[in-house]
Design a protein around this ligand. Structure first.
Ligand SMILES: Nc1ncnc2c1ncn2[C@@H]1O[C@H](COP(=O)(O)OP(=O)(O)OP(=O)(O)O)[C@@H](O)[C@H]1O
Ligand SMILES: [Mg+2]
Length: 244
């Protein structure tokens, strides 16, 4: 059964002459543990789709069901709970707190939710090791490189028990080597923690790390391909072919 079920989703902005159909009748079903890349040219509706799923935007019509929870019908108080329990974000502009150390930044979501740091110690250590940032533990964000900041932000996004990791162009500000590092890291995290990932990117080199790719054009899904066991390289060729 699918974890996330989007049906007949519509979203417009503006009115009259300025009316824009950002999303038109989107149907999308995502299974738990999928790593979905959402592609499409600028203005095709990628961010709007993520924003509807993460409740930043409210659709005009349609349904979004996440594990039996109806996001569109829910009250604001339920939505706050839904976001806190289920969703983590990796922002392009890292959003680290400059006055906190790397370690303090990573455990921040746990503290906000009043969770016991002790209970999460093993997971904190695992994630820091996977991301190779243990040695940065006591440093402050302004002492880190862009790639290091991105890894710390990724660690923080993974620390609580979110089921959905949302990333909108996370490689946008990174050079190609750091982009590849972050993406292979997301691929590894997806495989080892089974967290569902929704990644928006217009870069095929980033999308090749996903397990499935949907292509948006003018607010509609015009293609949907599965990795189907292909290597990253062959899958990349397929993505290139389909997005050209
Ligand atoms: N808040 C808004 N007000 C008015 N129009 C908007 C708003 N947000 C998005 N749009 C319009 O909706 C359409 C889809 O925008 P969206 O941001 O989803 O595109 P995108 O695929 O994420 O593009 P990009 O790759 O440039 O980030 C665009 O035509 C955009 O101009
Ligand atoms: Mg966008």
């Amino acid at each position: 059964m699918s974890q996330l079920e989007v049906t007949g989703l519509n979203k417009t902005f503006g009115e009259g002459e300025n009316l824009v159909h950002a999303l038109s009748n989107i149907h999308l079903s995502v299974n738990k543990g999928e790593f979905l890349a959402i592609m499409g040219s600028s203005g095709s509706g990628k961010t709007t789709l993520l924003n509807c799923i993460s409740t930043i935007d409210t659709p005009d019509s349609g349904n979004i069901i996440f594990e039996d929870f109806d996001i569109v019908q829910a009250k604001e108080s339920q939505l706050a709970d839904y976001r806190a329990k289920n969703i983590s974000y990796i922002f392009q502009a890292y959003n680290l707190v400059e006055t906190l150390t790397v370690y303090e930044n990573i455990i921040l979501p746990l503290q906000i939710q009043g969770k016991s740091i002790k209970q999460y110690q093993q997971k904190i250590d695992d994630i820091m090791e996977k991301l190779a940032i243990q040695n940065l533990k006591n440093k402050f964000p302004n002492q880190l490189s862009g790639g290091q900041r991105q890894r710390v932000a990724t660690a923080r996004a993974l620390i609580d028990d979110s089921k959905l990791l949302i990333a909108d162009e996370p490689t946008g500000a990174l050079d190609s080597a750091n982009s590849e590092n972050l993406m292979s890291l997301l691929q590894e995290i997806n495989a080892s923690f089974g967290i569902t990932i929704l990644l928006v990117t217009h870069d095929p080199a980033a999308a090749k790390y996903s397990s499935r790719m949907v292509l948006l054009s003018d607010g509609q899904i015009i293609d949907d391909i599965d990795r189907n066991g292909l290597s990253n390289e062959l899958y990349l060729e397929e993505i290139y072919r389909r997005t050209r």
